[in-house]
Design a protein. Structure first.
Length: 490
């Protein structure tokens, strides 16, 4: 889909204009209503459309305009019209006409700033995401028809310049969503690593460690997760050096379980197909590094992805096994389905040991308990640093990726002690997300750290946001990119 900035609407198949609550036209909308001798106002009056957010009304062939159809798009309360409200409106405009058969959509935003015009283009890019790689018999009327989106703005050059970094983030979100959507027979650890390696075209440096290299490093906890799979485990190390040479990097670590059967502690069959997205944390970190490189962020950053497949063959790790981590700590395996924390344990230790980062943030679809605790619209944040946690929490509302800070009570830490080893990998259901976080904390070596459990948010089945179609969300890319931009660049 082509996105262009133009100075006037001209002749178009579909023309979209904003309407605030109370059926109030801002800027250009009033001009278009006048050109139709009030047809647009009469259409609203005869309908239930009031200008509420994420709503639209189609008016066919109004006389006086060079458009086959006008789309009235709800922009909500004019006093609360911020970036997210604009994104919602632009996304809703796209969805209102995407299956109409029209190939061109023109969104008239000449009354808004050039940066707001760019924001609308960014929203349309996110809204238009669709993973259709494996559809071979789809009916033509089910395939979006919009090929070109024109954004009307008073300053094309300024809008184009403002859009460039936003477009880089949209591209990164798309990359992350594609990774999460891929089936596990296509996206296994080595293929994931290969796709990440291709990001070197953006100026990133990517190293891929295989099982032999990880064995030498003593990463037996990570390797234990993948030992039941015929697919070799991988560790992808991504570096972006956009800051001053020698400046301490910031670091992000992702859980990349490309498929999770639960191992010997096998999951129930119902819903197991969803475990293709158990690598959502690694996809988010890969997407973040894509975004930082794409917009040339002024920061030194590291992304480390632990990529494994958890399968239950005759060589699989067993409950009761004791394995030694890269840190030297021994871990008793209580439940082989508590595997993501094992992957992260060695990846976190490797990251702090090699890069000495300013902080580490890990992302993981770690626990079903997080969904029980927070539902499906919040990710849980656990941290040993108030400063880092506050930076994450501040970024969330700005990009509509909701986070909630959870506790790490010291009195719960002893629950993770093992009778036969230094620590066990599971303490059962009670406080399951908290004890998982406490397990991870033992492998941070005191470095400022935050763990974000994205089990509730990595995938959506009934999306209420126009910019997030059903399926893979790419959750975390925008959150962490915004956090970096706000707090750690320059």
């Amino acid at each position: 889909m082509k996105i262009a900035f133009v100075t006037e609407a001209g002749v178009t198949q579909t023309l979209a204009v904003l309407v605030h609550e109370g059926r109030v036209f801002p800027g250009a909308g009033g001009d278009h209503d006048s050109a139709t001798s009030g047809t647009l106002t009469r259409a609203m009056t005869a309908s239930r459309f009031t200008g509420a957010p994420n709503s639209s009304l189609l008016v066919a062939a109004p006389s006086g305009l060079k458009a086959d159809t006008v789309v009235l798009v709800g922009a909500g309360d004019s006093g609360k019209f911020d970036d997210l409200a604009l994104e919602t409106a632009a996304g809703a405009a796209y969805h209102a006409v995407k299956l109409s058969g029209a190939e061109t959509l023109t969104l008239d935003l000449r009354h808004l700033s050039a940066e707001q015009a760019a924001r609308a283009a960014f929203a349309v890019r996110l809204a238009a995401y669709r993973f259709a790689r494996y559809r071979t018999k789809e009916k033509p009327e089910k395939i979006p028809s919009i090929q070109t989106v024109n954004i009307v703005t008073a300053d094309v050059a300024a809008a184009t310049a403002a859009f460039q970094p936003m477009d880089a983030v949209a591209e990164a979100v798309t990359f992350s969503r594609d990774l999460v959507a891929e089936p596990a027979n296509v996206l296994y650890p080595a293929e994931f690593a290969r796709r990440v390696k291709e990001l070197e075209r953006l100026g990133l440096t990517v190293e891929i460690l295989g099982e032999k290299e990880m064995e030498k490093l003593g990463m037996h906890v990570l390797l234990g997760v993948g030992q039941g799979s015929v697919r070799e485990s991988q560790l992808a190390v991504i570096q972006w050096n956009g800051g001053k040479p020698g400046d301490q990097p910031i670091a992000f670590v992702g859980k990349g379980v490309c498929f999770d059967t639960g191992g010997i502690s096998i999951k129930p069959a119902q819903g197991m197909e969803d475990m293709i997205w158990d690598m959502g944390g690694a996809a988010a970190v890969a997407g973040l590094m894509h975004a930082l490189a794409g917009r040339k962020a002024r920061v030194n950053a590291v992304g480390v992805l632990g990529l494994v497949e958890n399968m239950p063959d005759g060589n699989a790790q067993r409950p009761g096994d004791i394995v030694t981590s890269m840190s030297g700590q021994t871990v008793e395996i209580i439940n082989t389905d508590a595997e993501g924390r094992l992957v992260l344990a060695d990846a976190l230790w490797y990251t702090q040991d090699r890069f000495k980062p300013k902080f580490m943030v890990d992302l993981a679809t770690l626990t079903g308990a997080m969904i029980v605790a927070l539902g499906l619209d919040y990710a849980g944040v656990f941290s040993n640093s108030d400063e880092l946690a506050d930076a994450i929490l501040a970024a969330g509302p700005k990009v509509n990726e909701n986070v909630w800070r959870m506790p790490l009570p010291p009195q719960y830490d002893k629950i993770m002690d093992s009778v036969n080893a230094d620590v066990k990998n599971s303490a059962g259901r009670d406080g399951g997300s908290i004890t998982a976080g406490l397990f991870l904390q033992r492998f941070t070596n005191g470095v400022p750290w935050a763990h974000i459990d994205i089990a509730p948010t990595a995938w959506v089945t009934k999306s209420t946001r126009p910019t997030v179609p059903d399926g893979p969300v790419g959750w975390g890319v925008r959150l962490l990119d915004r956090m970096v931009a706000d707090k750690y660049e320059g």
